[in-house]
Design a protein around this ligand. Structure first.
Ligand code: MTE
Ligand code: MO
Length: 535
């Protein structure tokens, strides 16, 4: 046996090495967490690598992820990154068990990957590389130390030759120590990181929104018939859908927030803080926001009462004229603090509709997830071409000269909302009892309004649904239809007619490039009365 490695020695190097690699990864992540607390949460390695992957992913992959995982796509992405990291770390550990220096070098290299990703993120400064660099160094040091311990010659009489001869208990103690230190450092990093955004949290808590100079007209009675199982007219902020690329929700300190308005045709560039913005007259407006990634029947639509400054007024103040008045810019590019860009037609923003720089949502300052302190909303346009959250810059340019974020990823540059209708109840595959069943849902065609909704059962005629009262043309309209349902499997379909008289198309189109079309269809099994059906 002299000089040779035993089979069990090799196995120990393999498994012991992998364990060393995983422990080193824990130590590295914890060190990076501490570093990110000192720099900013977006600079943490998993967030930086995840953000890079989100930006690199082809539109089709992103669209598939949103469709398949919904809002769970972000935690799943993070979990995927951690799994890959674990695999690479285990491999580095096995290498380290044979060649400690080489293994440590690989660990440091993983840190460099994180650092490079962090440096490539929007708004990154050199210090954004620090969390990953610290993580890489910590991982390298821990891996080197553990690998050396693993290889240390054991007591006299044990087989020599670089096999694992350190006693298990000693190694176990070392491993437990590394784990405990990592847990403490990681936890401290998290706590300190939360403390770092305390100023933003406090600024939101302290923000008192001025009353609107132009309040929304009273909501007419009857906008919300409250059919059980159907969407409410106003979507509570907590339930409002969220679609964005931010793996870490930006928490902007309102006191430090600035907005810059500049570009082609701007004769008086503006730069404002929040208090200056709030000195302007505030307008209240009810508006349904919808996402271009919403499948027919999907959940990415919500209705809120927004409070904000008229964007057209601010643009006029800056000297901007729309193209119809000879202005040179036809595109308004909004940029967020996290580097997102969204392009909106200047003509649309200035045509008299209530395009707002919103500060309030359903009676409170914007939630962080919905763009605090200021976001844009424009009636009639999908969110990705209008609703920039965490806004920090408005630049006037042309569609010919500049493609915004989603346009570079094969989505359409211009995207007015398409007429859509959705059946909220009964749910697909429900088993309601035969008899009268309330079919109900929502229909939207922002800035055109909804004039009619029709429901069809199986191959029967289109029947007119009962429309709830309309709260203007920019919000969705609730509808219901009393169905005398007979036992058996039935298919319900819905379609809407917009305010111009155009009927929602049945033609199916995918969400890419400018929004899905087709009719929402729900199949239910109506059970004979007395069978205990359920919606
Ligand atoms: N900064 C930023 N703003 C953004 C996005 C984003 O990814 N980043 N997504 C847009 C999209 S695609 C939509 S549909 C709306 C969604 O707004 P909500 O999350 O408040 O519902 O925000 C828009 N504004
Ligand atoms: Mo969207």
């Amino acid at each position: 046996m002299a000089g040779g490695k035993t089979v069990s020695g090799r196995r120990r190097l393999l498994f012991g090495g992998a364990v060393c690699g995983l422990l080193a990864a824990c130590a590295g992540l914890a060190a990076a967490e501490l570093g990110a607390a000192a720099v900013r949460p977006e600079a943490a390695p998993v967030a930086a690598v995840g953000g890079t992957l989100v930006d690199l992913a082809p539109a089709a992959v992103k669209e598939w992820a949103v469709r398949t995982f919904g809002t769970a796509d972000k935690p799943l992405l993070a979990a995927g990154i951690l799994l890959v990291l674990a695999a690479v770390a285990a491999a580095a550990g096995v290498l380290a068990a044979h060649r400690p220096r080489a293994g440590a070098a690989v660990a440091a290299g993983i840190g460099l990957v994180g650092a490079a990703a962090a440096l490539g993120r929007p708004g990154a400064a050199w210090r954004d590389a620090l969390p990953s660099a610290a993580g890489g160094l910590a991982a390298a040091a821990v891996l080197y130390g553990l690998a050396r311990a693993l290889r240390r010659p054991g007591p006299a009489g044990a087989p020599p030759g670089g096999a694992w001869t350190m006693d298990r208990r000693g190694f176990g103690r070392l491993a437990a120590g590394v784990l405990a230190a990592s847990a403490v450092a990681g936890y401290a990093g998290r706590r300190l990181g939360a403390h770092g955004s305390a100023a933003a949290t406090a600024s939101r808590a302290a923000l008192v929104l001025p009353p609107p100079a132009v309040p929304a007209p009273p909501v007419p009675p009857g906008t919300d018939p409250r059919v059980p199982g159907a969407s409410p007219f106003f979507t509570p902020n907590r339930e409002f859908y969220r679609v964005d690329t931010a793996l870490v929700v930006p928490r902007v300190d309102a006191g430090a927030w600035r907005l810059r308005i500049h570009g082609a045709g701007v004769t008086r560039p503006l730069e404002l803080g929040l208090s200056e913005l709030l000195q302007r007259p505030l307008v209240e407006h009810d508006l349904t926001l919808t996402c271009v990634s919403n499948e027919v029947g999907g959940p990415y639509a919500g209705n809120a009462r927004w409070l904000g400054v008229r964007l057209a007024d601010l643009l006029r103040e800056a000297g901007v004229r729309p193209p119809s008045e000879g202005g040179p810019a036809d595109q308004l590019v909004a940029r967020s603090v996290d580097g997102m860009t969204l392009g909106t037609p200047v003509e649309t923003v200035m045509d008299g509709r209530e395009a707002l720089l919103a500060v309030g949502m359903n009676g409170e300052p914007l939630p962080f997830a919905h763009g605090f302190p200021v976001r844009m909303v424009v009636p009639g346009l999908y969110g990705y071409v209008s609703a920039c959250k965490w806004l920090r810059e408005l630049r006037l340019t042309t569609f010919a000269a500049y493609d915004a974020y989603w346009v570079r990823r094969s989505w359409a540059a211009r995207a007015p909302v398409k007429t859509q209708s959705r059946i909220d109840t009964p749910r697909p595959s429900a088993r309601p009892a035969a008899g009268r069943i309330a079919v109900a849902g929502v229909a939207w065609a922002q800035h055109r309004g909804i004039s009619r909704v029709e429901v069809r059962v199986d191959g029967g005629p289109w029947q007119q649904a009962r429309l709830a009262a309309a709260d203007g043309v920019d919000t969705w309209r609730l509808w219901s239809w009393p169905w005398e349902a007979s036992p058996g499997r039935h298919t319900l379909r819905v379609r809407a007619v917009d305010g111009t008289g155009a009927v929602q198309t049945e033609a199916r189109a995918p969400v890419l490039p400018d929004g899905a079309t087709g009719l929402h269809t729900v199949t239910v099994d109506v059970v004979p009365p007395g069978w205990g059906g359920a919606a």
